[in-house]
Design a protein. Structure first.
Length: 131
């Protein structure tokens, strides 16, 4: 999501960028400002509901949401790591089988390896987008 965040403190700008928000003044999807100790968000275009932090928030509410977002990212990274380990084992075994197999077993090993590589690339895409 492209956000216009002129005038926001550096720490808040860094946190918004860590959420995946692109801070820009060029055709933003939303405008964020600070007024009376609370943040205000004005949406200027259609955005995905998950991209919006419902504002205004007080400082402690914002801190709680930031901490919750960090915890979600940590859980997602652990989950992705837990999925990658068995996928690497599957790819390794498929490679071993392919080196010694003949006929249909060779084709099956190739199919296993191709499927596990596809899953691995999808996990990488999830990691790059969501974490």
């Amino acid at each position: 999501m492209k956000v216009s965040a002129a005038g926001l403190p550096g720490a808040l700008r860094a946190e918004l960028e860590s959420w995946g928000w692109q801070l820009t003044e060029d055709r933003p999807d939303a405008l964020i400002s600070v007024a009376n100790g609370a943040l205000e968000l004005r949406v200027t275009a259609t955005v995905h509901p998950d991209d919006i932090v419902f504002l205004p928030l007080k400082k402690d509410e914002l801190a709680a949401r930031i901490e919750a977002a960090r915890a979600r990212r940590a859980r997602m990274q652990k989950c992705l790591h837990d999925l990658r380990s068995p996928l690497n084992a599957i790819q390794g075994y498929a490679e071993i089988i392919a080196e010694t197999a003949e006929g249909d077993a060779l084709r099956f090993a190739s199919n296993i390896r191709t499927a596990s590589e596809l899953l691995t690339s999808r996990l990488e895409k999830i990691r790059d987008e969501g974490v």
